[in-house]
Write a protein that binds this ligand. Sequence first.
Ligand code: AMP
Length: 285
Amino acid sequence: MIIFHEAGAIRKWLAAQQTAGRSVGFVPTMGALHPGHLSLITLSRQAASLTVCSIFVNPTQFNDPADFEKYPVTTANDIRMLESAGCDVLFLPATTEIYPNGTAPDRHYDLGYLETVFEGTHRPGHFQGVCQVVHRLLDIVQPAQLFLGQKDYQQCMVLTRLVEMLSLPTMVVIGPTLRETSGLAMSSRNQRLDIHQLEQATIIYKTLLKTRDLIHQQSVAALEERAASALLQHGFQSVDYFSLANAKTLEPFPPAYVCTPADNVVALVAAFIGGVRLIDNMVMN
Ligand code: AMP
């Protein structure tokens, strides 16, 4: 695996590869890698001639500075994992390579309704920061395909919109959420939980499954209330949201509405356990 630290150097190297007809698949990450990240590397290797992964803990997408400070950094292990997964290129830039003119945003991304719900409201500025860094990374890597995890459902929608807005010749490919055998969605943030909290956190997946079982039997409000109280009863300190929404637009359903098989529904959840904010989702159909 070739490791680049400088934006100019990787762009020049990739340009030569792209001119020689090699397609590039790109997997952006913030490191602290786990098998969920590696599943995207595998998808990319199946689709593209060269797979590029980036590791950059992007300061502009953290609305909470303490969360940024505590974000796990495990670079030596990440490099070993990427090598064993067959990744071709790692881009490991310093902040000055990504933001040579400083981190202040130089444009506003019009994300419309998408930025007014769920992660958009609970993490103000988060998606602007995500667009800022991914726009810069896409300029540098210029991939044919961008691989994202469904684990970050709303982020997939935001970045699909970004690629459309910028008219980039990049296809967005979404990989399924990888889970522990307990059902807990793999996440870099899980490293901050102790063994008891890891066990308690499995209630998220159990609740998503239960919600899916009952989706055509109970009202949206009843399902949401049931789910939030299950989380609170199993060690979660607070629930930012457990909501059912239109899977294509993220628009809500009326509280008294009972979903039908014709509805495209996604359940989205964000909740705190042990001071760590976990997110997950499940498409209900
Ligand atoms: P992150 O390092 O958390 O920014 O994630 C980098 C990429 O990996 C994003 O596209 C995530 O959606 C994806 N990802 C994170 N966790 C998982 C998971 N458990 N399964 C599949 N993809 C994931």
